[in-house]
Design a protein around this ligand. Sequence first.
Ligand SMILES: Nc1ncnc2c1ncn2[C@@H]1O[C@H](COP(=O)(O)OP(=O)(O)O)[C@@H](O)[C@H]1O
Ligand SMILES: [Mg+2]
Length: 316
Amino acid sequence: MKAGAAPLLIERLSKRFGDIEAVADVDLRIRQGEVFALLGPNGAGKTTIINCVAGLSRPTSGSIQVFGHDTVRDFRVTRRLLGLVPQEIVFDPFFTPRESLRIQMGLMGVKPDLGRVDELLRMFALWSRRDSATRSLSGGMKRRLLVAKALVHRPRLLFLDEPTAGVDVELRKDLWEVVRRLAAEGTTVILTTHYIEEAEAMADRVGIINHGRLVLVEERDSLLSRNRRGQVRAVLPVALSAPPAHLPPGTRLESENVIVAPWATARDIEEILRVVRQLGEPEEISIQQTRLEDIYVDLLKAAPDSLGRHREGESE
Ligand SMILES: Nc1ncnc2c1ncn2[C@@H]1O[C@H](COP(=O)(O)OP(=O)(O)O)[C@@H](O)[C@H]1O
Ligand SMILES: [Mg+2]
C-alpha cells in the first residue's frame, strides 16, 4: 500500500467483448474511507469494471491502480488489498461456513487465524450454523457468508456487486448496516446497485453509469440539493374544469378537484399555495420533493431502451 495513494484510481478504462463496448473510457478516483455507489441499469458495465479492478478480466485499454499498485502488473499485491463480494452467489456446498472461511484465508495467502474466522462468524450471525453444511443455510445466510469471505484478509477496499439483488427487505437493511459499520471502521466501500434507494441510503458519492459510460459522479447530497424540485398536490373543496391561471407551466388536474403543480424554489411553493387558497381552503395539501430516482430517470431518458431494461431488472 503506497502512502497517500487513492484506494482506487481508474484512468481511461475501456473493455470490449467483440463488438460490445461494455466499458467506455471511464475515469474514476475513489477517496479514502468513502462509500461510493455505482448506479446503473442492467448491462451498464458495473460488473465489468469490478472484474477489471479485481483482475478477473483484462482491460482492453486504460489503467487501474489500487492504493498505487497497478492491477495488471502487481496483480498479487492488489488482489490482497481488495475484497470482492460477487454478484452471483457462489458457495462450496460441502463445506461448513467455518471451513469456507478458513479455506478462503489460505486462498488469500494470509496466515490461518481461527480467531478472525470466529469473529466473522459472529459478526455475520452465522455462529449458530458455523458447523452446518453451507447448502443447508438460508439464502440470506449464504449471502452473509459471501461478505464474510470477502473480509477474511481485512481488505482496505471492499467491492459489493449488487449485494441486495433478490434479497428480502429485512436482509437488505442488515447488509446496509454491515456496510455502514465497515465504513465507520475506515474501509473504503464501492457498491454497485440498480436500486436507487440503496444508493440514496448508503452512499457518500454516486456515480451513474449507462452504456459503459460514467454519465455523472457527484456527492449524493449535492446531487439531491442541486436537483431539488417537486410538486404541490392540493385536494380542493370545488371541482374545476381546467388548471387555474397563474400557476407554473406544467400544472395539471389529476382529477376535477385535485391540482398538481410543479415547483423549483420555496417561493414557487408559496405562490402555488396562495393561488390555490383563493379557490377554497384545500382539504389536503402535500408537497413532494425530488428523490434520487427522479434525477436518475431524467439522466437516462436519453436512452429509452436501457431504461426499459433497467425497469425489467428491477421487478423481481
Ligand atoms: N464475458 C462477457 N462476454 C461478452 N459480453 C459480456 C461479458 N460480460 C459482460 N458482457 C456484456 O457487457 C455489458 C456490460 O455487462 P455487465 O458489466 O455485466 O453489466 P452490469 O453489471 O452493469 O449489469 C453487457 O452488454 C454484457 O452483455
Ligand atoms: Mg452486474
